[in-house]
Design a protein around this ligand. Structure first.
Ligand code: C5P
Length: 228
């Protein structure tokens, strides 16, 4: 059986307010976010097959940043889930192959977390996701940004990536979500909608998703601290 990695990288990254998508901004060692993310994935899974989702109008991508021997490029879709579905439809996977989906915007992912997630995804029939218990007190706002109440935080987790599932389950979950027009922001929510319960794997707090301008310097500092 094969191990697959899907990296959705077809987003515009509008919240960054930069002149190019955030995956192409320089992060460290004069390498863009995308190169760092792919290097981390390759260190953990050198023999995996990579499917990279890129926008058709992407002017910045360079294949030099791809360390994998076996990889393919697919077109992005309107939403993240459409990009992942394009990947699932393009790849020649067997139903039982483990497929891990990882945001290009999370370059600080560690080899240890990747291996822990893979183990859980391969073991658990409903798959697994890296996640982090909520530490802050959670507020429910009304539509005027007034704090209406406090939500109990026990049992609440932040969903991170990667998230890993058997190919057949992931494909069925996302196809069902698209048919029913449920907008899902991660793979696990589509699997949950089938009545399955993916395993939460406690991941590192420094698995930051680069979203806002400040996040780039923070991610660079995390990479430096991890290397020290
Ligand atoms: O914008 P956000 O950070 O939530 O996007 C999460 C991931 O999904 C990013 O890696 C982004 O490039 C990707 N994406 C995509 N296709 C889209 C939208 C987002 O591949 N249509």
């Amino acid at each position: 059986s094969q191990t697959w990695l899907i990296v959705p990288a077809a987003g515009q990254g509008r919240r960054m307010g930069a002149d190019k998508p955030k995956q192409y901004l320089a992060l460290a060692d004069e390498q863009p976010v995308l190169a760092h993310t792919l290097a981390r994935l390759h260190r953990a899974f050198p023999n995996a097959r990579l499917v990279l989702c890129l926008d058709n109008d992407d002017r910045w991508f360079s294949p030099h940043w791809v360390p994998f021997i076996t990889w393919q490029r697919v077109s992005g879709g309107n939403e993240r889930m459409d990009s992942v579905l394009n990947a699932l439809h393009a790849m020649a996977a067997d139903d039982n192959d483990v497929v891990m989906v990882h945001d290009v915007a999370r370059p600080c992912i560690t080899v240890d977390d990747l291996q822990a997630l893979y183990q859980a995804a391969a073991t658990h029939p409903a798959g697994a996701l890296l996640a982090m218990p909520v530490a802050d007190t959670m507020k429910r706002a009304d539509n005027q940004c007034l704090s209406a109440r406090t939500e109990p935080r026990d049992g609440l987790w932040h969903a991170l990536t990667p998230q890993g599932f058997r190919y057949a389950l992931l494909r069925r979950a996302l196809e069902t979500a698209r048919q029913q027009q449920t907008l899902v922001t991660d793979e696990a929510s589509a699997v949950e909608a089938l009545g399955e319960r993916p395993q939460l794997v406690s991941g590192r707090r420094d698995n930051l998703k680069i979203t806002h301008p400040d996040d780039l310097a923070l991610a660079a500092a995390i990479l430096a601290a991890q290397a020290a």
